[in-house]
Design a protein around this ligand. Structure first.
Ligand code: PMP
Length: 409
């Protein structure tokens, strides 16, 4: 019946199967477009700089994960161009077979050294690194324990594994202890984001390490937002806490501080060797093209050679956080360059986003399931390359819009 009512033809006039009815029924995006508060897929017409051109006008970019501002660094761009000249645009195959280049191996040894592990493996994306690692490591009789606020790719990795999945309350050590205690005797892997991508807080690594050791659980940290950001040398969450020897597996992405795209896992040699031969998202997917490999290598060099970029990032992050707090905004538990402004109601977030956008600030609205229901927020993130004048402008716009929306007095 439903099929008959909804049946639609494809472009060549052939009736369409019922499986697609849900697509016709999905009207939310169109409704938001008509209401003028659709916030997604806006076209950016320039590079990911502190100022971008969007819809033909300049805006301050407060939504980018280009933390160190390296996506337009001349050395990073040159490295990518050189790699294309030498190796072409793609590898046309998996790492497993024809797709391993000398620069993949060079990046792996640089990453292993940088992250202070024995070995590393390059993935096409960070998402695939999480999928591959978790699904390969966590077998039928194993336990995986994750923070409720972890990234979607960790949740999806769990779905692909055959193990038992347990989630603990965000950064709550008592809850983690309870789960590990209740499941004693099982081979367990604990996985946390080092920096939580929406809240901007840092995992309680000392507490987590202690519990993992007490219950003999392995520990994997997703350092997507921590590499280049946390630690005296930008090596991430473990360095930040002085716990580099205590994290078994580090996952990283190049889509943030490393200014390109790609992912990696770093761990003991036997663990990486196992993953190289079992991670399906690596084996059955084409290898990362030469340009991003070279860009990631060049970015790593700059991270090592220009620590002042990290200093500027943290100066900007503190300035932005203090600015929001002084204006009376609720920034939740943020302690990093990711600074959310908590709004709560989804409709209100979308209207707030629109007003910010109209006044030249490009920020990200985050709704359920990106955050728990009722916790919708506007996510901002700063870059090392933002100027204080730009951040002042952003704070001015937030103040005006925040008052109009009743977010601040
Ligand atoms: N983990 C976290 C915490 C992330 O924020 C992201 C990307 N937003 C990923 C993993 C996936 O990384 P990639 O963009 O390289 O696929």
């Amino acid at each position: 019946m439903t099929n008959r009512i909804l049946a639609k033809q494809n472009a060549l006039g052939r009736p369409r199967a019922g499986i697609f009815d849900k697509c016709q029924q999905f009207t939310r995006a169109q409704e938001l477009i008509e209401a003028g508060i659709y916030p997604y897929f806006h076209t950016v017409e320039s590079a990911q700089e502190p100022e971008v051109i969007c819809d033909g006008r300049p805006m301050i970019m407060m939504s980018s994960n280009n933390y160190l501002g390296l996506t337009s660094h001349p050395k990073v761009k040159e490295a990518a161009i050189d790699a294309v000249r030498r190796y072409g645009t793609g590898c046309a195959g998996s790492r497993f077979l024809n797709g391993t280049l000398a620069i993949h191996e060079e990046l792996e040894s640089r990453l292993a050294k940088f992250l202070r592990k024995d070995a590393a493996i390059v993935f096409p994306t960070g998402f695939q690194a999480n999928l591959g690692a978790i699904s390969a490591l966590v077998g039928k009789h194993d336990l995986i324990v994750i923070d409720k606020m972890n990234h979607a790719s960790i949740f999806d990795g769990c779905r692909l594994s055959f193990g038992q999945i347990r989630k603990f309350k965000h950064n709550d050590m008592e809850d983690l202890a309870r789960i590990l205690r209740d499941n004693m005797g099982k081979a367990a892997l604990v996985v946390v984001d080092g920096v939580f991508s929406m809240e901007g807080d840092i995992a309680d690594l000392p507490g987590i390490v202690e519990l993992c050791q007490q219950y003999n659980a392995g520990l994997m940290v997703d350092d997507a937002h921590s590499i280049g950001v946390l630690g005296d040398h930008g090596r991430g969450t473990a360095e930040h806490f002085g716990l580099e020897a205590d994290v078994d597996l580090i996952m990283g992405t190049y889509s943030k501080s490393l200014a390109t795209i790609g992912g990696c896992l770093a761990a003991d040699t036997d663990v990486i060797d196992y993953l190289k031969h079992h991670a399906r998202s690596l084996i059955f997917s084409a290898s990362l093209p030469p340009a991003p490999v070279a860009a990631a290598l060049a970015s790593l060099t700059i991270i090592e050679e220009e620590p002042e970029r990290r200093d500027r990032l943290w100066r900007n992050a503190s300035y932005l956080r203090e600015g929001f707090v002084n204006l009376g905004f609720d920034i939740g538990v943020s302690e990093t360059p990711i600074v959310p402004v908590v709004v709560g109601d989804e409709e209100k977030v979308l209207v707030t986003w629109r007003r910010l956008f109209d006044q030249g600030v490009f920020a990200s609205p985050v709704l359920y399931p990106g955050v728990p229901p009722g916790m919708a927020l506007i996510r901002t993130s700063c870059m090392a390359t933002h100027t204080i004048e730009q951040l002042d402008l952003v704070l001015d716009v937030f103040e005006r819009v925040g008052r109009e929306m009743g977010l601040i007095d």
